[in-house]
Write a protein that binds this ligand. Sequence first.
Ligand code: TXD
Length: 313
Amino acid sequence: MKRAKVAVVGAGNVGATVAHQLLMHEVADTVLIDVVEGMPQGKGLDLAESTPVEARSVLMDGSNDYGALAGADVVVITAGIARKPGMSRDDLLATNAGIVKAAAEHVKAKAPNAFVVVVTNPLDVMTYLAWKVTGFDRKRVLGMAGVLDSTRFAYFVSRELNVAARDVQAMVLGGHGDTMVPLPRYTTVSGIPITDLLGAEVIAKLSQRTRDGGAEIVALLKQGSAFYAPGSSVVAMVKSLLRDEKRLLPGAAILAGEYGEPDVCLGVPMVIGEGGVERIIELKLGAEEKAALHKSAEAVRDGMKVLKERQFL
Ligand code: TXD
């Protein structure tokens, strides 16, 4: 059987971590694509040289040429720039939109049958843009954020309760950012809702730490942002796509009326398999949860408005 191929656009911290984990899990042959001359080739070769000692049968490579997208089953888009001092959120959005738009155009031309997993921030807006630019079925374009936000929430819960991290399953919906919506009712330890195990105040504290999870790491690193847990989160989604695992994971999907939200990209529970986003699960939310999700959708629409003003859409 032919081995799967993954192309990772953007060979920075997240992109390289994704490639390394694809190698360690023997998920697919992988090519890193980046604009910095020699860098993706260097990282690709370095990764490839670890395959004998790790006894992993995958090919790793790097390129400055988008032609390397050809034949990819999954394209992961991590390319972008970080916010620089003095740069407004809208300027950052426009800069990353230019990068993601170009990448998506290349995907459309060179890997027309691929699934696209978007990672670049602002995540929900960039996923929407990639969907529009490729013109792909919405089942084939998804964004990674919910898996990361959920694994963070799960980790904090596991430490609070002093239980194994693997036994905690968390659910965080909504946009990736201040408006994300952690759902304690749907967060469990081996099936037991945390609302039965922790007080409301503690849950509120852990939910807030989850919302601030990205900023907490940025403050510690001083340079750049998180990449290990983001890398693992991307690979969980890619594996489910390529191995048809049908995992039920939170991810950013293009909504067409689900949760009462037409034409927006938002984090929702989805079943991921060989058909891409095979199903979107509509949870019965309480009034407060519904309002929080809607607020999140409106924040994403604000970003979409900027894209329209600057003629990306
Ligand atoms: O949950 C999530 N979705 C996120 C998102 C979790 C972590 C990081 N998140 C976002 O992913 C982050 O805010 C950024 O927008 C991206 C990538 O983060 P990373 O930490 O990997 O950033 P780096 O290390 O700066 O890498 C970005 C790379 C860098 O090597 C650039 O040279 C490259 O992108 N780049 C490009 N590659 C290809 N093509 C173009 N045009 C291009 N422009 C920049």
